[in-house]
Ligand binder design. Structure first.
Ligand SMILES: [Zn+2]
Length: 59
């Protein structure tokens, strides 16, 4: 069985809506996703998980 996650977590910048792949770390058999520290485009530190962003925009 593969332990590779099916889909990387993605985050959307709350400032300019740029999409970033989450940083993945692998610890003790589980994957942890971390949002980016700072948007490279606008410098915002506020990020929304991509799925949450999509739901919000289509609600
Ligand atoms: Zn941004």
């Amino acid at each position: 069985m593969s332990h590779t996650p099916e889909l990387p977590e993605q985050y959307v910048c709350d400032g300019c809506h740029a999409v970033y792949a989450g940083t993945v770390s692998h610890e003790e058999g589980t994957y942890h996703y971390s949002k980016p520290d700072e948007c490279a485009a606008c410098g915002s530190t506020e990020f929304v998980p991509f799925e949450q962003y999509v739901r919000h925009k289509t609600a």
